[in-house]
Ligand binder design. Structure first.
Ligand SMILES: C[S@@+](CC[C@H](N)C(=O)[O-])C[C@H]1O[C@@H](n2cnc3c(N)ncnc32)[C@H](O)[C@@H]1O
Length: 393
């Protein structure tokens, strides 16, 4: 593909990304993969270059642009090599019209920027949400150790006990150590959050929103494969990814459990009032993960945000019924909005007498409200809010 054809391809992909954002369709990653599945002539260099153009344009536009071309024109205003490629030749974008409008640059839609600023995410903190994420792995302590694991690259040693950092895009899934379950891909912030939960061998733990089990696997390692981890979720597809991952990791204490939405407590009745720890890694807007999915900023609406908060309250109320007297709930979101962090803890404490909240002390992060917050700018991690809720004995 010529450089100009790559720009045109990126414009076409951006059109699809914008449409998908409007109707909660596929994420940008999948759209790019599907685009190239139908264009086998594109080589790996073309794919990389187009992908880079697409993500750069998404990062530069605050509000959702009218169309892919407007987004690419916004990027062209910042990258001097691009305008000349709009030359109208075969497969190239049409020349830039004199009165043609580029999309407005910014970090996120205005209403979201307002909410983030209200949550003390402004200036460099705000800009860092549109940065690029590195690739972090957790060395699986059930099978290996950070000091001895044999990897093709050394990696940077991070604060979490088994964390190593590599350049974004490092293909660790092709390494024998990944295939053998010696390492797992897990953001450093997510590893620190798991550390905050203080899970210890022999405990009964419920990972209520386990998804594909990223945190369950870290908990199994922290518990040295002793005790019980019930990994539940309402999403069959996501939960279906957990058994092969657990097998690869040698995590024998994880019990996947599919839940019926609205009937969560029925499926968990045998452990109701018996868990030492319930992890509520709740569904959220994902504002803390925009470095990986920048287009998520266009998908969120005030109504969707309110719905997330409602779901989070509901899941916390379920968790309160699962914890034994003296037990604890770990509330986690990968969001930096107050509505999905500090405010949820305040609301929980107002609904549940006899509970107390604690901001976990971590090697990184800062106290925020009654919890601890990790941010891309301050901590170099995805953005997270984590708080521990303790029930009375
Ligand atoms: C942030 S993700 C969890 C990520 C996962 N813990 C990890 O570390 O990879 C939130 C999960 O909550 C699940 N979920 C949504 N509603 C739920 C409910 N009522 N009960 C349990 N899980 C639910 C979603 O299907 C999603 O997998």
């Amino acid at each position: 593909m010529t450089p100009a054809a790559r720009v045109q391809a990126a414009i076409e992909i951006l059109d699809e990304v914008i449409e998908a954002a409007k109707r909660e369709g596929a994420p940008a990653d999948r759209i790019i993969a599907d685009y190239f599945k139908q264009r086998r002539y594109a080589g790996s260099k073309d794919r990389r270059a187009v992908r880079e153009l697409v993500y750069s344009a998404i990062r530069i536009c605050g509000e959702m642009p009218q169309c892919g071309r407007a987004a690419m024109l916004a990027f062209a205003e910042q990258d001097a090599s691009l305008p000349a490629l709009f030359d109208g030749s075969t497969h190239a974008p049409a020349p830039i019209g004199k009165s043609e409008q580029a999309a407005k640059p910014g970090v996120a839609p205005d209403w979201l920027v307002e909410r983030l600023v209200a949550a003390s995410i402004a200036g460099d903190e705000l800009a860092a949400l549109m940065g690029r994420a590195p690739l972090d792995v957790r060395v699986n302590a059930l099978k290996s150790d950070r000091s001895t694991v044999d990897l093709p690259e050394a990696g940077e040693t991070l604060a979490a006990p088994q964390a190593l950092r590599f350049d974004g895009g490092t293909q660790v899934e092709q390494w024998p150590a990944w295939r053998d379950g010696l390492i797992e891909v897990q953001d450093h912030g997510s590893q620190l959050v798991c550390q905050a939960l203080g899970a210890s061998p022999g405990e009964t733990v419920i990972d209520l929103c386990a998804g594909a089990g990223g945190k369950s696997l870290a908990l199994a390692a922290a518990m040295d494969n002793r005790g019980r981890i019930i990994a539940s979720d309402v999403d069959k597809r996501r939960l279906g990814n957990l058994p092969p991952r657990a097998e690869r990791a040698g995590a024998a204490v994880i019990e996947p459990l599919l839940l019926d939405p609205g009937k969560e407590l029925e499926a968990l009745s045998d452990v109701a009032g018996a868990a030492d720890l319930v992890l509520v890694d709740a569904p959220c807007s994902g504002t803390g993960t925009w470095r990986r999915k920048p287009e998520a900023k266009w998908r969120l609406t005030p109504e969707r945000l309110a719905k997330f908060a409602q779901t989070q309250d509901n899941l916390l109320d379920i968790a309160a019924q699962l914890v034994k007297p003296g037990g604890r709930i770990g509330f986690v979101t990968c969001s930096l909005l107050d509505e999905e962090g500090a405010a949820r803890i305040d609301a929980f404490l107002a609904r549940h007498a006899g509970w107390s909240a604690e901001a976990p002390a971590l090697p990184l992060g800062r106290q925020y409200g009654k919890g601890t917050r990790l941010t891309p700018f301050h901590d170099g991690t995805d953005g997270f809010f984590v708080a521990m809720l303790h029930s009375a004995c």
